[in-house]
Each structure stands twice: as structure tokens, then as C-alpha cells.
Design a protein around this ligand. Structure first.
Ligand code: NAG
Ligand code: NAG
Ligand code: NAG
Ligand code: NAG
Ligand code: NAG
Length: 490
């Protein structure tokens, strides 16, 4: 893309009135460890190479009833569990060990009925966790191709698997597919929309619970990498690869404020390839039409190009008011867009920090209006540059006053302008006090990596606060962006 376009995009973000959103670090890990049943199991796992700390990376996060469910894709060997959870809320230990979920047994790769490789999950309001399991493991090394990709629905309260669907080869191939992210739509017995990040056959996979069937929507123009956006830099590491569709978000149902009638049968699904600055959308009516999908149609006219973002994105989420939050990888930032405003002028940068927002990979809401972002320094992980003496993974939280798109039952939204202007709905709520706990342990001072970041500061009670968060981008980010433009042009 042209440098001018990039700069004018940033200028737009800059022109906005400051919208201060503060994020607090609530958990952080240098590397992850697990709640081992006993010392012997840990010793055996370590000896047999079944637990190699530096090969474990956390990737997805979803909140449900006082827990964060955290995924660990098996990209390399030595990842003992691919789905885990930790307690949410204040904690004395800011780097807790992860508890395999639902059990150690279900995380064993021995049996294809177990979880093999989970990149992301979604948890609906009834406490069903929808788990996408790519099947293939050690995807960054010599992949182990043993199990088919599947969707597994597990009832957290009843503690049992309620649905298993092995994707047929023509929807998600065993050797070529890469189930990346999932959103869930409760319509008509339940649907899942899943991005397949496959290099060969990317698309959006649709699964109907009622029919127990799946199909795939393909569109090269909007679901494959944009050749002009395959290169960008994150904290000095250059990513240069065409990466297809990955991030996905589902818009809310729209109801009138007086009679609460659903006015849109067709909710909007937002998505983008990682290697792209475009955001696209398609409505669920189009996605749910399986006959159309089977006829190998042309979706060019059904998919909307919403516009350009300042950088590449992988994680995104929409709240039940239609506000999209999304990571901006090349800017180490989080963007926000109220979907009732034009994309070109309505995007806002709500937080940016080279250190604390290094690779925002996944987003979740809790029911009290907090947005939690998982950052995982993925570029470092992939290029083997992770330093286990530094914090590599973080959960950072901010009160934004939104709720997940899944909780749309008491949502009303006056299509025709009503009494509440979008402005009122989107302006940040008063900031909460920082968490009194947990207290992240101070970074070691003797390791030479004490890279104090001028944009972050420690508050009196030692919780970390990210203050560089107004609508205006500071000079440093312009420099970063200009540098990355040069990389792209080079
Ligand atoms: C992992 O946790 C266990 C149990 O708390 C502990 O004994 C072990 O030393 C830890 N391993 C690493 C590599 O930190
Ligand atoms: C949301 O954040 C506030 C303060 O930032 C905290 O007090 C509250 O416990 C959080 N809610 C949940 C469900 O963790
Ligand atoms: C649903 O479909 C999958 C794949 O076709 C199959 O493996 C599974 O047994 C089916 N489940 C039920 C309940 O019919
Ligand atoms: C999977 O696909 C790759 C790339 O096309 C190929 O090299 C490899 O042999 C395949 N593996 C299996 C088990 O089919
Ligand atoms: C969904 O999108 C298609 C293509 O843009 C459009 O023709 C259709 O009317 C939309 N569906 C509904 C229910 O509005």
C-alpha cells in the first residue's frame, strides 16, 4: 500500500479527541508451567521431552464464570496440554500454573478423541465451550498428521462432551487445514463460524449443530493474504509471509428499542486475513446457505470491504453494542471501532505500548464490562527469540463497559436513531481503580533486560498501568510506522 494512505490513516486516529482507556496487567508469565498431579509426572514429562517450557505459547483466552480458559497451540513438541484454565479475579500469584482442562487425560495426544491442537475456543452463555481442534500437531516443525480436525462442544457445568464433529476432508483437510478462530451464533439450534487459516484452501467453515453438518465459504480476494501486506515489523522482528484469513468477530443482533423485535436476521461476521489491512464482512444469511456454498459460487458481491486498518490484525472481538476491538500487530496497539460510524473516520486507537502490547493475539469480555487482551510476543516465539528471563505472555485488562456479542438477549438498539446517540454509548466510563492485586513481581534487575519503557509506569501499589492510550498517536509510533512502511516498500 502507498505510504501516504498509511499516514493519513494514522492522522485520522490522531485527530480524534483523546479517549483514555487504561489497561492493567493482571497476569504475566515468562514461560508457562502446569498444575502437575505430582512431582513424578513432572519429572517423567520433562525427561521424555513432553514438557519443554520454551515450546509452550499461550494463544487464546475466553472468560467464563470466574475462570480464564487459555489455549496453547501445539506448534512445537513438548506442550503437555493444549487447553487449560486459571482462576480469574485478584490473585497473589501473577504467574499461576495452568490447569489442564477438562482434564490431563483429555489433553493427551495418544487418542484422537482427545484434544490435539487447540488454537482458540468460544464459550456461550450456557457454559458450553466450543473447542476447535486442528488435529495436526507440531505445525512449526515436522507436523504430526494423525487425527482429523474437529469441533468439540463441552458442557462446563455438566462436565461432559455434548457434541463432536470431525470435519470431512473437503471442508477441512487433515494435512492442510488450520482451524484458527471461532464465533458462535445461537440461531436455529446453533452455528459456529470458524476461520480456516489454511495456506492452500482458506475460508470460513460453517457448522450447524442441528444438522451436524459443515461446509466452507471460499473467497480468494478477501480470505487470502494481500501481497502488499505480507511484510511488517514487530519490535524489530520482521514478519514476511503470506498469512490468510485468521481473525473473526460476530456482530450483535439488532432489535428496536420499543418492541424488541429482531430487525436483522442477518448478523454481520467481520474477518480479515492476517496479511491484510482490510477489514471485511459478510452476513450470516450468506454463510448459512449451504447449498450456495456447495455450488462453488462467487462471493465477491456478498462480501463487503469495510475499509483499511493502520496495521495487520489477528485477534478481534465485537461487543453486544456493535463495537469492535482489534489488535494492531505492527503498532503494538488496540483499536476500537463503533460499527455505527464510518470505518475510515470512526477507528480509535485506545492503547499502544511496545512492551505491554507486543502481539495482542486474543480478546475476551467478562460480564462486568472488562475487556481482557492476551499478548504473547508470537513473533519472538516463532523465530526462537523468546527470552525466558523476561515476561513473554500477559493478560491485560481494561474496563470498557462492553459485554460479549454472545449476551444479546437483553440488548436493544434503536436502528432509527432513538434517544441514545452512539457517542453516549461509546464514550469511556469512569476509570476503575487499579487492581490492588495481583502484584506482578518486579522484573529482575540483574539480567540486563530491564528495558524500562517510557510509556508504562508502575503505580504506587505496583500494578502496571499503561497510560499511553489517548486517541492521539505519539511521535514514536509515527517513526515505527514510517519504518515499517519502508520495510514494506523495500
Ligand atoms: C513447574 O511447577 C512445578 C510445581 O509447582 C515445580 O515443581 C517445577 O519446578 C516448575 N517447573 C518449572 C520449569 O518452572
Ligand atoms: C473487572 O475489573 C475490575 C477493576 O478493574 C475488577 O474490580 C473486577 O473484579 C473485574 N471483573 C471481573 C469479573 O474480574
Ligand atoms: C456428526 O457428524 C460427524 C462427522 O460427520 C460424525 O463423526 C458424528 O458421529 C456425528 N454426530 C452425531 C451425533 O450424529
Ligand atoms: C502434508 O502436506 C505436506 C505439504 O504439502 C507434504 O509435504 C507432506 O508429505 C504431507 N504429509 C502427509 C502425512 O500427508
Ligand atoms: C445478506 O447479504 C446479501 C449479500 O450482500 C444480501 O443480498 C442479503 O439481502 C443480506 N441478507 C439479508 C437477510 O439482508
Amino acid at each position: 500500500m502507498k505510504p501516504l494512505t498509511c499516514l493519513s490513516l494514522l492522522a485520522l486516529l490522531c485527530g480524534a479527541a483523546p479517549q483514555s482507556v487504561r489497561f492493567y496487567v493482571i497476569r504475566q508469565w515468562k514461560y508457562v508451567n502446569f498444575t502437575w498431579p505430582d512431582e513424578d509426572t513432572l519429572k517423567t514429562a520433562t525427561a521424555k521431552g513432553m514438557y519443554i517450557p520454551e515450546n509452550n505459547v499461550i494463544a487464546g483466552v475466553k472468560y467464563f464464570e470466574d475462570h480464564f480458559y487459555i489455549t496453547l497451540p501445539r506448534m512445537k513438541g513438548g506442550v503437555p496440554a493444549t487447553l487449560t484454565r486459571i482462576k480469574a479475579g485478584p490473585a497473589h500469584d501473577a504467574s499461576p500454573n495452568l490447569e489442564p482442562f477438562p482434564s490431563w487425560a483429555m489433553n493427551s495426544v495418544e487418542d484422537c478423541n482427545n484434544l490435539q491442537n487447540v488454537q482458540n475456543v468460544e464459550i456461550d452463555a450456557r457454559g458450553q465451550i466450543w473447542i476447535i481442534d486442528g488435529g495436526r500437531t507440531e505445525t512449526l516443525m515436522t507436523p504430526v498428521v494423525k487425527c482429523a480436525p474437529k469441533l468439540l462442544i463441552y458442557d462446563i457445568k455438566a462436565e461432559r462432551v455434548t457434541t463432536v464433529h470431525n470435519f470431512p476432508e473437503e471442508v477441512a483437510s487433515k494435512n492442510g487445514s488450520f482451524l484458527y478462530d471461532i464465533v458462535v451464533d445461537h440461531t436455529d439450534g446453533g452455528y459456529a463460524y470458524i476461520t480456516d487459516n489454511s495456506a492452500r484452501d482458506p475460508g470460513i467453515i460453517v457448522y450447524s449443530v442441528k444438522e451436524n453438518r459443515s461446509w466452507k465459504i471460499r473467497n480468494a480476494k478477501t480470505m487470502m493474504a494481500d501481497p502488499s501486506a505480507t511484510q511488517f515489523a514487530v519490535n524489530g522482528i520482521t514478519i514476511s509471509a503470506p498469512i490468510n484469513i485468521a481473525g473473526i468477530a460476530l456482530g450483535p443482533e439488532i432489535r428496536t428499542s420499543n418492541d424488541r423485535v429482531v430487525v436483522n436476521e442477518d448478523r454481520e461476521v467481520y474477518f480479515c486475513p492476517l496479511s491484510s489491512q482490510h477489514l471485511y464482512s459478510v452476513n450470516t444469511t450468506v454463510l448459512r446457505d449451504k447449498n450456495r456454498a456447495r455450488a462453488a459460487p462467487d462471493y465477491d458481491n456478498s462480501i463487503k470491504d469495510i475499509g483499511l486498518k493502520p496495521s495487520q490484525t489477528v485477534g478481534m472481538v465485537m461487543d453486544n453494542q456493535g463495537i469492535l476491538y482489534y489488535g494492531l500487530l505492527g503498532n503494538s496497539a488496540v483499536g476500537r471501532w463503533d460499527s455505527r460510524t464510518p470505518f475510515s473516520s470512526g477507528q480509535r486507537l485506545i492503547a499502544r505500548d511496545l512492551k505491554y502490547l507486543e502481539w495482542p493475539n486474543s480478546f475476551t469480555f467478562d460480564p462486568t464490562g472488562n475487556l481482557t487482551v492476551l499478548t504473547n510476543s508470537l513473533a519472538k516465539f516463532i523465530f526462537g527469540k523468546m527470552n525466558l528471563d523476561e515476561y513473554n505472555f500477559r493478560l491485560i485488562t481494561s474496563y470498557v463497559g462492553g459485554k460479549s456479542y454472545l449476551y444479546d438477549d437483553n440488548f436493544n438498539y434503536d436502528l432509527h436513531g432513538g434517544h441514545s446517540s452512539p457517542r453516549e454509548l461509546t464514550s469511556p466510563e469512569p476509570l476503575p481503580r487499579p487492581h490492588p492485586e495481583p502484584q506482578p513481581r518486579p522484573e529482575p534487575t540483574s539480567d540486563g533486560h530491564h528495558d524500562h519503557d517510557t510509556t508504562s509506569e508502575r503505580t504506587g501499589d505496583d500494578s502496571v498501568k499503561i497510560t499511553q492510550s489517548s486517541g492521539c498517536v505519539l511521535l514514536t509510533s509515527l517513526v515505527t510506522l514510517i519504518l515499517s512502511i519502508f520495510v514494506v516498500l523495500a
